[in-house]
Design a protein around this ligand. Sequence first.
Ligand SMILES: Nc1nc2c(ncn2[C@@H]2O[C@H](COP(=O)(O)OP(=O)(O)OP(=O)(O)O)[C@@H](O)[C@H]2O)c(=O)[nH]1
Ligand SMILES: [Mg+2]
Length: 320
Amino acid sequence: MSALAAGVRAGRSEAIARAITLLERGDPAARDLMRALRGGAGGAHRVGVTGPPGAGKSTLLGALALRLAATGQRIGVLAIDPSSPFTQGAVLGDRVRMAELDRCDNIYIRSMATRGLRGGLGPHVADAADVLDAAGFDWVFVESVGVGQVELDIRSIVDSTTVVLVPESGDQVQAIKAGLMEIADLYVVNKCDREGGSAMVAAVLSSAALQHHPDPGWMPEVLGASAGGNGQGIDEVLARLQEHRAWLQLDGRLAARRRSGMRARIAGLAQRRAAERMRASVDGAALEAAAGRVLDGADSVEDIVQGWLAGWPPANGASA
Ligand SMILES: Nc1nc2c(ncn2[C@@H]2O[C@H](COP(=O)(O)OP(=O)(O)OP(=O)(O)O)[C@@H](O)[C@H]2O)c(=O)[nH]1
Ligand SMILES: [Mg+2]
């Protein structure tokens, strides 16, 4: 095993940081690293925390991490920075809390850039979660902004999914009603110190999404919280996450969930890599020539593409 992989397995922060940097850069050494770490993950409970920008995800997560750390558990946090310009929020809550978290030896926090397609998570996020898992953390949290694609992506790499909303999240409730967010195992309406908290809890509770949860037998709860206010609701959120963790341990549920997540992850990466290779091999000149042939009536679109795929992977660029 490489020194880096050994350092990760020993839980050394510098090794973990370096490993995640390799993943983020798409460095070829990352592939060797993940090979060396294979089979070393699985002990951590992975929790995805997602929701609209500024909902208080980081604040909530910070509070959860501090509570868990106080009981001697080790917590790894991946905060996925969206490349979208609308998020100016602090990486993990406000500075005071950040300093408090920094002082805690049991908490490792890493912010990562997104390099996903269509606003989804890049494949390096799942690998980074595996790195934290291999490093022996008891809990791995993945924070990410978004509704829709990101939640679907996040669900495939975590064991428990938490969606954080705020009293003003009208659009998100519409999304829940439309079935976009029915993947959450737990909903938290944060900022309940503001007007409209209980109305929002009631609105989420009344949405059909709760009845359509993909795991039969698990009823997602909707909890009100004030993570950045008086801390109301944090203990309940933690208790519910621990309950979900225990529920998954029974009857092979966790194994089944991880298997289905892994299927989605492998299929997603296969599609991504195939698309990258296709983009690299079909250059502008080949496309130009192909377009001319179709427009001149000499060829059909399907025949051209099938011709390229028949020669897959083209040794030296595709041609029409
Ligand atoms: N009133 C109130 N403000 C809160 C609460 N929780 C967090 N905030 C504030 O909301 C702002 C955003 O909090 P963050 O934790 O950074 O939110 P986030 O969802 O992580 O934000 P992004 O990662 O930028 O999407 C900060 O100014 C927090 O102090 C709360 O319970 N009540
Ligand atoms: Mg945040």
